[in-house]
Design a protein around this ligand. Structure first.
Ligand code: B3K
Ligand code: ZN
Length: 890
């Protein structure tokens, strides 16, 4: 497949101000009539090239004159016309086949409903069109369908008219007043429950908020609607951004490739990010729904009002919108709190986000798919909806927020909208707007070095060096940055240049008793200093430091980097006990645990039985007993780093060692602190009716952690407690907590019974069945045979992405012990191939499971290579999977 390069961008030679679409919806054959008014945007008559995929062309006309077959060129994925005018109307009639479309891109069938998904390049499966984000048009849409089967006909914007037609059909006319690129177009047809609410924007504009879901599921959309209303209010309050529509709709779809899609005024969601009630959704699901509803809603400004010029600029909208949803979630956690309490509540979200970054993005940035947040090239854009573009992209926005401060950032965002509302722009345009504010606060400086974050791949490392001068009460901190070549850079000769980045590095100091020091820099004393590292190495000298300080580094994770600093365990213990920055405090405990775990991995490899470690146990004991910590924060602080985070730190990668070490340390902590876990378990009671609020959710998460640690430590009462909690649970969080503690630690018949009880009770609820599959996919002892048996279960289907993810992805990506064998790899390759026939986008995600195969030891390395090879040897691979596999094997 051809490689598309960022530098080859050319503007489209035509404007397309008006688009009229009329649909005769039918799952077997849907006929689409597109009427497109083009205006020349360049000198001379340019050929008109339109994209199309899996379409049947019925007719094409220019200015009402049907074209003969020799007047256009129809190729596999393009239709080329040769207009001879500066302004002309093209009429195209074509047919697509939703029923046969298992890719879930374009128009497709889910259950008995019809949905569209157009981002990035799905619109071309609906009609021939300039399918690129820099062509923005006003849309008028007519939908016709059988009234009984499709009583609801939805599209973007405002409903103008609805009327009955002969033969039991009906018709709806929609008009979207806002010009948009075609990737934001949407159609939904079917029978739905609807929950709605009339809202008013801050300027007094009425707006109808609606959540549509499958018939019978309307009882589960209360939370979603509430989240939508809070998103509206938050964007007004925090950024002054108001809804620009009379009506904002969310529709839940059972079959959906991603989380959700921000189509203008008609967001389509994976049902897993809409439906929730206490019996079927966990606290984590409630929070995730809030985040995704916020995310898609916030796109209305950052993505829709101002969109991307080309797909290389994807992070322009995604990084920014992820940053916005992270802040929304953090503000929701801190609602009603202030000072240190608010900081600790927000830190919980920050901890979760940084963990995600480390689990998903750091490995990506060290592997064959490493790319800058603004990629330089791609074969298939669908492969670049990555953790790098999204999560690292959000970190790059967050750093701008850190450098500018809240007010400066808000001013920069206002400037961005002042300049670009209604346009399709680039990442540089965004930084330009931010820079216009930055230069006012920092005379003589700019964001020139900062922009390199958009161009450079790889996770930078910052080494810290501390010199203390006891006589002068001064200390010098030296930061040295480097970023090793990654991905294709490694193949370059001479090696790629990686100039230094602009890294905001937040730093604090503690004395030996754990009290905060206020170091003085340039005459001002502060708790936290923000160092702006712009060169390969820089030194800062602090005054008024009475003793050699304990450094609190990269507070609140002020930049997406890896810090290198040699220090004794005792310093980490001190920080874990006293740091006033709740993020850095958590980080200290994590580093202590990581050291211990890596030592265990090493010892296991040597066949040694390492001595028990008291430092970590004592630190954990103190944290468990610290009454000043909130339960939610405590649950994070007392959790060990994830397997995948640890795996990233082993070389060669040692998946089985990591699993064993983590299991062993959990058992040790569980047993050594049994009385403390038990008392934490009993005191973390969330009383009364279920509510997903942060306080009660925090209690439940601490309680579930305590239960699983008791199980890990084989406490004699643990299984009884777990069974009691399971059968007595009044909500899904408690039920799942108990069931997963059982499944992960026990092989007793009671445990198996609970698992089948769960199935009996929830077999009719697809989202709960996803949890049932996922739990088994990741359980210890699960093998390829277990998974194959589960695939034969009548409830399993490869066609439903949620189900494929819950069983196959969970096993291949999160059951390290189960999958890291030759038969595990062969199973993975087989599933990638099977999925590729149905849904290339989903297949390509699974194909990335072993991106980092070259970092494993033998025999895994060779076995992985042959599994990859077996995929590459297939004759008919999608462009999606082919790109992933060829990069992995380079
Ligand atoms: N913008 C969508 C991405 C869908 C792309 C699918 N190929 C989801 C989101 O980030 O909001
Ligand atoms: Zn997004």
């Amino acid at each position: 497949a051809p490689t598309i390069s960022r530098h080859d961008y050319q503007p489209y030679p035509y404007r397309l101000p008006q688009v009229k679409l009329s649909f005769d919806l039918d799952p077997a054959r849907t006929r689409v009539h597109a009427q497109l008014v083009f205006e020349s945007a360049s000198a001379g008559w340019q050929p008109l090239v339109l994209n199309g995929q899996d379409l049947e062309l019925e007719s094409v006309a220019i200015d009402g004159r049907p074209l003969r077959a020799d007047e256009y060129v129809l190729q596999a994925e393009t239709l080329t016309l040769h207009p001879r005018a500066d302004r002309y109307t093209v009429d195209i009639v074509s047919v697509c086949k939703p029923e046969q479309n298992s890719s879930l891109m374009g128009l497709y069938v889910s259950g008995s409903q019809l949905f569209t998904q157009c981002e990035a390049e799905g619109f071309r499966r609906i009609t021939w069109f300039p399918d690129r984000p820099d062509v923005m048009s006003q849309y008028q849409v007519v939908l016709r369908a059988d009234k009984q089967k499709y009583p609801l006909l939805l599209s973007n914007g405002n409903l103008l008219e609805q009327r009955d037609l002969p033969d039991g059909r009906h018709e709806a006319r929609w008009e979207d007043p806002h010009p948009k690129p075609c990737y934001l177009f949407a159609v939904v047809a079917g029978d739905f429950d609807c929950r709605e609410e009339q809202a008013r924007t801050q300027s007094g504009r009425p707006a109808l908020l609606q959540v549509y879901s499958d018939r019978g599921s309307g009882g589960k959309t209360l939370w979603a609607l509430e989240c939508l209303r809070r998103s509206l209010e938050w964007d007004e309050r925090r950024f002054g951004l108001e809804l620009d529509l009379d009506r904002f709709m969310i529709v839940a779809a059972r079959d959906f490739n991603m989380g959700a899609m921000e189509n203008k005024g008609l967001n389509v969601f994976n049902s897993s990010y809409v439906l929730a009630d206490k019996d079927t959704a966990t606290d984590a699901a409630y929070r995730a729904i809030e985040a995704v509803i916020g995310h898609e809603y916030f796109h209305n400004w950052t993505g829709n009002r101002v969109t991307c010029r080309d797909w290389f600029q994807l992070s322009l909208k995604e990084g920014l919108t992820v940053f916005r949803d992270q802040e929304f979630s953090a503000d929701m956690l801190a609602q009603g709190l202030s000072g240190a309490e608010a900081a600790s509540a927000r830190a919980v979200k920050r901890i979760d986000d940084v963990s995600t970054l480390r689990i998903a993005q750091f490995p990506e940035d060290a592997g064959p798919m490493a790319h800058p947040i603004r990629p330089e090239s791609y074969q298939e854009i669908g492969n670049f909806y990555t953790a790098t573009v999204y999560e690292k992209g959000a970190e790059v926005i967050r750093m701008q927020h850190t450098l500018l401060g809240e007010e400066g950032f808000r001013a920069g965002l206002e400037e961005y909208f002042r300049r670009h509302d209604g346009q399709a722009v680039t990442c540089d345009d965004f930084v330009d707007a931010m820079e216009s504010v930055y230069v006012q606060k920092h005379p003589g400086k700019n964001l020139g070095v900062f922009r390199r974050w958009y161009a450079q791949a790889g996770t930078p490392r910052v080494a810290v060096d501390l010199r203390y001068d006891a006589d002068a009460h001064a200390c010098a901190v030296t930061l040295t940055q480097r970023c090793d070549p990654v991905g294709i850079e490694k193949l370059q000769d001479p090696p790629a240049e990686k100039p230094p980045l602009h890294i905001p590095f937040a730093l604090g100091m503690l004395d030996r008793s754990g009290a905060a020091l206020k170091p003085e820099l340039d005459g001002t004393a502060r708790d936290t200093v923000l160092l702006e590292l712009r060169e390969a190495q820089q030194t800062w000298t602090f005054r008024n430091v009475p003793e050699r300080p304990v450094l609190s580094l990269l507070r609140n994770f002020s930049a997406p980097v890896i810090v290198e600093y040699e220090r004794p365990d005792t310093e980490l213990m001190l920080l874990a006990g006293h740091d006033t920055d709740p993020f850095a405090r958590w980080e200290a405990g994590q580093e202590l645990a990581t050291r211990r775990l890596l030592a265990l991995v090493g010892a296991l490899r040597q066949g040694q039985d390492p001595a028990a470690d008291t430092a970590l146990v004592e630190t954990w004991r103190r944290l468990l007993g610290d009454a000043a910590l909130t339960p939610a924060y405590k649950a994070r602080v007392l959790s060990l780093p994830a397997e995948k985070e640890l795996l990233e730190k082993t070389s060669p990668m040692d998946p089985l060692g990591v699993v064993q070490a983590r299991r062993q340390l959990r058992a040790q902590l569980g047993a050594a602190l049994a009385p403390e876990w038990l008392s934490a378990y009993h005191s973390a009671q969330d009383a009364g009716d279920y509510s997903p609020d942060p306080l009660s959710a925090g209690l439940r998460s601490l309680k579930n952690l305590a239960l699983s640690m008791l199980m890990a430590g084989a406490h004699p009462q643990a299984e009884t407690l777990a069974l009691e909690q399971y059968y007595g649970a009044g909500n899904m969080t408690a039920r799942m907590g108990a069931l997963s503690a059982l499944v992960n630690h026990s092989k007793s018949p009671e445990c198996a019974q609970a698992l089948s009880h769960f199935y009996e009770q929830w077999q009719h609820d697809p989202l709960v069945m996803d949890k049932w599959f996922a739990l088994q996919a990741t359980a210890p002892g699960t093998t390829v045979e277990t998974v194959r048996a589960l695939m034969l279960h009548p409830a399993f289907s490869l066609r439903n992405p949620n189900r494929a993810r819950s069983l196959i992805f969970q096993f291949c990506m999160n059951n390290l012990e189960g999958v890291h064998h030759a038969d595990g790899y062969a199973f993975w390759a087989e599933q990638v191939i099977a999925l590729d026939e149905l849904n290339p986008e989903i297949a390509a995600r699974l194909a990335r499971a072993f991106d980092n195969w070259a970092r494993f030891a033998e025999p895994q390395r060779s076995a992985l290579r042959s599994a990859l090879q077996s995929i590459q040897d297939r004759e008919k691979l999608s462009r999606n999977v082919a790109e992933i596999i060829s990069k992995a094997l380079k």
